[in-house]
Write a protein that binds this ligand. Sequence first.
Ligand code: CO6
Length: 436
Amino acid sequence: MASFNIVMPKLGESIQEGTITKWFVKEGDTIEEDDMLFEVATDKVDSEIPSPVDGVITKINYPEDSLVAVGEVLAVVSLDGEVEASETETESKEVAAKTEDTPVKADITDASVDDSRKLSNRFYSPLVKTIAKEENVSFDELESIEGSGVGGRVQKKDIMAYLESRDSSAAQPAAMKESKPAAPAAPVLEKKSAPPVSVGAGDTVVEMDRVRKLIADHMVMSKQVSPHVTSVVEADVTELVLWRNKNKEAFQKKYGDKITFMPIFTEAVAAALAEFPMVNSSVDGDKIILKKDINVGIAVAKPDGNLIVPVIKNAEQRNLVGLTKELNRLADAARNNKLDPAEIQGGTFTITNFGSFGNIIGTPIINQPQVAILATGIIEKKPAVLETPSGDVIAIRHKMYLSLSYDHRIVDGALGGAFLRRIADYLEQFDTNRAI
Ligand code: CO6
């Protein structure tokens, strides 16, 4: 029997495993090329994987909810329709999806290396996690192991070497152990345990879904990693509101896309980031990495209540039409679970539009490993005092609040405040006569 192995695809360079959240086929099913086989979820993205071949599913190796390492055979497809065959006759080929990725921060709670829920900035392969579990290596121990892999990743040989030295140290007499200075412990992110919650008779208990748990963990991690501060400015955006109102229909007619305020906010942010490279950066230990590209993430609320942040790459190189088209495309793909993994990676700054919910102001949480995030409040008509040559007048103006949360490790109030004011200035100075 000629067969084809369906393997766990690599959904990103540093992604080593995925959870099968749904099988669309069962053993015995006849499938055609491009039929959806299964849905896989990583901490970055959910993807539906189509079949690359026609055939009959002869074996499914992992049930739903299994966490499976990249490259493992998930299912076998008989290419000639025969259901049984000996392994020696099998002519196997394999398929794996190919995508780009940037490093992923890993939650090693599933490693069960410790009872407490802890977060790591490092990635551990399933193999390393299994060894850690079997050898009772605690979370803190694991974090202190120096990795010899790419980017300091802990490899099998590293944890084995650690175990050897741990065992020999355990065999030493107490006096000898005391004389040996302890290796400095690596900084560890430890979740504080939350107070116990009582559940009353009429209360409803809702299990968090996987994405909600990941969002929750990432939010806590971000607050632990970065000391957040938030600055707020008010912007008079009357000119740009009048411009959009005047050009909305013509824009849609000409380009086939609706223009909202978000592309205009994004344009102003990208221009300000080009002037303030320190805000377009990441912190790596004692180093600040100033990013060459300006990739603006846009927080999109999904219909299931979750949140995803697709990224407009090289935002400063796009004009308003390009930004509008890319934003609408990404927001649509996000709401329909059609984003590619690469489309949510590589962000260097994030915008979240609280105005979508009619909110005026907010203190957003930084999307790690970025160092700042902008929240845009609702644009509202307000009475405002205007200075004119013939004296002060009160006029009805369109105003909004912009709030910037930033990482105080590297962005101080002066820099954060100046950057935020620059965005507001760009919006206030929007040219009402701009051609579409
Ligand atoms: N003021 C006034 N009017 C607004 C505003 C504000 N701020 N924002 C949107 N709108 C208007 C917009 O112009 C549209 O008006 P019409 O064209 O006249 O119909 C209308 O509201 C609907 O806009 P829509 O949401 O469809 O499109 P928009 O381009 O403005 O926004 C989006 C796209 C993808 C950002 C948005 O649809 C969305 O999902 N917003 C939610 C963002 C969110 O969930 N934030 C939560 C934050 S969680 O901070 C967080 C990143 C993490 C840490």
